[in-house]
Structures are given as structure tokens and as C-alpha cells.
Design a binder for this molecule. Structure first.
Ligand code: ATR
Length: 282
């Protein structure tokens, strides 16, 4: 029986066990996927040990993604570029790490908006500069979005993101001031919130959406609640909106495929199950 895990600290709110448990059942596989609470001081030892405990691999969440990137034997180019690992597995005796948040975000946009959605989008505005922002920017760069602006409350973090992810050739990536967000809205074909603004219990992200073009797309990585005040305001203006749940679901699929050998589908039934769970708790 193949065993996998999600490791974090704290971990009890993770919905990954529900997602992987659904797929194990749906595909009739005799595996398990469990939550492990490991404190930062014990994480390096955990990385060395989990194979001996019979685990094929697992997911890594807050606050261990950077430590996981440093602690693996091999990492994918994507994980190295982001400096963060969220998926672990053992291959030929070596511990490997990947970052599937990039694929997760892009797969979600493709499924929600239809392939080719990026064709008319030549300017994206990413709000925030944390780990989620890095994954979003990397995904948009891979799709050839020609201009990407990053705005963060703490400007230095936006500058760091640009320094780490800018490429010699390819799409132009630049930081803009937090106070210049509204001025950047008219040209933005895609606006992505990667901050915790709008999360239950946090203040909302309030933008002057009257300045956006009617064809803009608004996306949020926050998924509790599913319809954040930002998305609700965007929908009220007739913009296309993309919620944060799909990124969570789609980032899970590549790990499942590695450990359990089947590429799982993000079905409407799975989406409804997680949606219900979130709504039941919020
Ligand atoms: P994640 O890995 O989920 O991206 P993170 O690295 O902690 O999480 O990043 C959180 C992001 O939310 C940051 O961009 C943070 O801005 P700062 O760098 O200025 O802290 C942003 N954020 C959190 N609370 C915020 C608030 N009240 N106003 C504006 N931005 C906020």
C-alpha cells in the first residue's frame, strides 16, 4: 500500500487529505494520505527519515516550502527558480522536490476560462510578492504574457521577486508602488490577488475596478471564502472571475500521479465536495 502525506505546522486546516482521499477512493487505489505536524526544528530530520517510515512522498506546506527546497537531493528547474518545494518523492534513492503551484494556477485558468484565454492578455497585474505571487508570476512568464507588474505593500519584497524571476529575454517584469495599483488597472488584462487580503477575518482588497477594461479577468488565490470581496466586486462590474479553489485542486494532481501512478481529474464532483467543506466551516 502506497503512503503519502502533507507536512506543515500547523496542519489541521489542510484540505489536501480530503482531495487525495477522494481520488484514492474514486480510482479504487489501496493507498493512504495523512496529515503530519512537524515543527521547523524537526523538519530537516523528517526529510531524511520519511522514506524509512514507508512514505512514497508527500506535499509540503507552510512554513516548510523553502526548507524543503534546500533539503532535497534534486529539484526541478521550476522549484529551483521559485526557491520553494511543495511536492516530494523518492526516485532511485534520491529525494526529489517540485513546485506544482505554478502548474496548478495555470491549469485552473485553462479549465475556468478555456485554453487560449491568454491570447488577448498582454499585461498582467499581480498583487502581493510572497510564495504564491512567485508561482503565479512564473506561470504567466511561461505562457509568454508580455508585461507583468507586481505591486506589494512592502516594496522591497516586490523588488526581490523581480530580481529573482526576471529573465534576460522574455516578458518584462517590473515592480510598481502599492499606491500605483489603481493607476495600473486600465491596462491590466489580468489582475491576480495573491495577498491574504479578502481571507476570512482579514480586510478586503479594495481596488477602483471602475478603471478596468470590461474584458479584464480577476483572479484570487484566496479560497476562504470562495467569493472574496474582490471577486464579488469584479463580478458586479461584469468581469470574468476565477476563484482560488481551483489552484488548490490542480496543484494536488501532479503529486498524486507521482505517488499513486494515476493522473487524477479535477471533476465537478470533487470541486463541489471541497466547496461544501469550505462553506461548512466558514
Ligand atoms: P504566500 O506564501 O501565501 O504568498 P506570504 O509569503 O506570507 O504568503 O505572502 C503574503 C502576501 O500578502 C505578501 O505579499 C503580504 O505583503 P507584505 O509583503 O507587505 O507583508 C501580503 N499581505 C498580507 N497582509 C496584507 C495587508 N494587510 N495589506 C497588504 N498586503 C498584505
Amino acid at each position: 500500500m502506497t503512503k503519502a502525506f502533507v507536512v506543515g505546522h500547523p496542519i489541521k486546516h489542510s484540505r489536501s487529505p480530503l482531495i487525495h482521499g477522494y481520488w484514492l477512493k474514486a480510482y479504487g487505489l489501496p493507498g493512504s494520505y495523512e496529515r503530519l505536524d512537524v515543527a521547523p526544528a524537526d523538519f530537516a530530520a523528517f526529510l531524511k527519515r520519511f522514506g524509512e517510515q514507508g512514505f512514497a512522498g508527500g506535499n509540503v506546506t507552510i512554513p516548510h516550502k523553502e526548507a524543503a527546497c534546500l533539503g532535497v537531493d534534486r529539484r526541478t528547474d521550476r522549484a529551483a527558480r521559485l526557491g520553494a518545494v511543495n511536492t516530494l518523492w523518492i526516485e532511485d534513492g534520491l529525494l526529489w522536490g517540485d513546485n506544482t503551484d505554478v502548474l496548478g494556477f495555470m491549469a485552473h485558468l485553462d479549465q475556468s476560462l478555456g485554453t487560449g484565454w491568454e491570447q488577448p492578455v498582454d499585461n498582467a497585474l499581480v498583487i502581493g510578492a510572497g510564495g504564491a505571487a512567485r508561482a503565479v508570476v512564473a506561470g504567466l512568464q511561461d505562457r509568454g504574457i508580455s508585461r507583468i507588474m507586481v505591486a506589494n505593500r512592502t516594496r522591497a519584497k516586490a523588488d526581490d521577486l523581480v530580481r529573482d524571476l526576471a529573465r534576460d529575454r522574455g516578458p518584462a517584469l517590473r515592480a510598481i508602488a502599492w499606491d500605483d495599483i489603481d493607476a495600473a488597472l486600465p491596462g491590466a488584462g489580468l489582475i491576480v490577488n495573491t495577498t491574504s487580503l479578502g481571507l476570512a477575518g482579514q480586510p478586503p482588497l479594495t481596488l477602483d475596478l471602475g478603471k478596468t477594461s470590461g474584458t479584464a479577468i480577476a483572479a484570487d488565490v484566496v479560497y476562504v471564502p470562495l467569493r472574496t470581496p474582490f471577486l464579488a466586486a469584479a463580478a458586479g462590474r461584469g468581469l470574468r472571475i476565477v476563484d482560488g479553489l481551483g489552484m488548490l485542486l490542480h496543484q494536488a494532481a501532479p503529486g498524486f500521479a507521482r505517488w499513486f501512478g494515476i493522473t487524477p481529474q479535477v471533476t465537478p464532483e470533487l470541486t463541489a465536495l471541497i466547496r461544501q467543506d469550505i462553506e461548512g466551516h466558514s
